[in-house]
Design a protein around this ligand. Structure first.
Ligand SMILES: C/C=C/C(=O)SCCNC(=O)CCNC(=O)[C@H](O)C(C)(C)COP(=O)(O)OP(=O)(O)OC[C@H]1O[C@@H](n2cnc3c(N)ncnc32)[C@H](O)[C@@H]1OP(=O)(O)O
Length: 257
């Protein structure tokens, strides 16, 4: 189903609704592309709020889908998958208007990275899990995302979150600085909109130029260095220990089905 975009108080609010927990698969990426194409085409002057339906912002990569690709052993296919994922995240990260993640619940692994792609994060206080658990489930963190993680969370919290791989409860995530503001659920979208409208549209060019200047080093690093590093990811993914960890996690999640 295509994602819903509604305009509220001169802000484009994008609702991710790929499935119950907004897992990131082909459908998710194609919806994300379509949503940002539409934003550029129809709502070019408006800031953007990105949020999930239900209790989850996003549960990250779809295990079923990723295991089909990783299980294929086809390195070109795996590289292609990473390329799509990197480019999609970069699309949000570099969107020239203010972007705010309205974090309505769990944001895990790739799901948290999507929130970190946004300029600001406003979260609804409620029981939920947040973190980057790629390493403990045997997925080497792509170098391109490491750059986005460090930009958004700072070097130390970025390294801790990536290497420890813990899924944090809400209060711990708040203490680590994952969010710029925490609100009760009823105020999530209105607060996110006021963050998104931090500037008036006549300052859009100043905002876009400043954002580009802030991100310039990160983008260069991603384009010049991390793409080469990430070329080795498929081999890392097929390491025997990594594959066992991924399989264990997939079985844990799929057991509920
Ligand atoms: C480089 C990037 C790498 C990655 O992104 S790796 C992905 C890492 N992600 C995770 O480890 C998250 C796994 N999911 C969870 O921990 C939990 O889920 C949540 C905390 C997000 C939600 O918990 P709850 O509200 O209790 O829902 P539920 O019953 O666990 O899940 C609802 C349905 O969603 C499916 N599901 C959840 N996460 C994934 C996933 N990542 N890939 C595929 N399916 C997933 C389940 O199996 C189930 O399905 P059914 O409704 O048919 O029983």
């Amino acid at each position: 189903m295509a994602w819903n975009i509604e305009v509220i108080q001169e802000c484009a609010v994008v609702h991710m609704n790929t499935n119950k927990v907004n897992v990131q698969n082909n459908q998710f990426f194609s919806d994300l592309h379509n949503a940002f194409d539409r934003l550029e085409r129809e709502f070019t002057e408006l800031p953007v709020v990105l949020t999930g339906q239900g209790n989850t912002f996003s549960a990250g990569i779809d295990f079923q889908y990723s295991f089909e690709i990783f299980g294929s052993g086809n390195l070109e296919k795996i590289r292609d998958w990473y390329r799509t994922y990197r480019e999609t995240n970069l699309r949000i990260f570099t969107y020239p208007r203010p972007t705010v993640a309205a974090v309505n619940g769990h944001a895990i692994a790739g799901g948290l990275i999507t929130a970190l792609d946004c300029d600001f994060r406003v979260a609804a206080r409620k029981p939920a899990k947040f973190g980057l658990n790629e390493v403990p489930i045997g997925i080497p963190m792509p170098a391109a995302y490491v750059e986005i993680i460090k930009y958004a969370l700072g070097d130390q919290v970025g390294a801790l979150t990536t290497l420890r791989g813990k899924l944090y409860e809400f209060d711990e995530a708040e203490k680590l600085g994952f969010f710029h503001e925490v609100v009760i659920e009823d105020q999530l979208i209105s607060t996110a909109i006021s963050y998104a409208r931090c500037i008036t549209p006549d300052c859009n060019t100043a905002y876009a130029m400043s954002k580009k200047a802030l991100q310039d080093g990160v983008i260069r690093q991603i384009q010049e260095r991390t793409v080469a590093l990430d070329a080795h990811l498929p081999t890392g993914m097929s390491d025997e220990g990594n594959r066992r960890a991924q399989d264990r996690r997939r079985q844990e999640i799929m057991r509920t089905r």
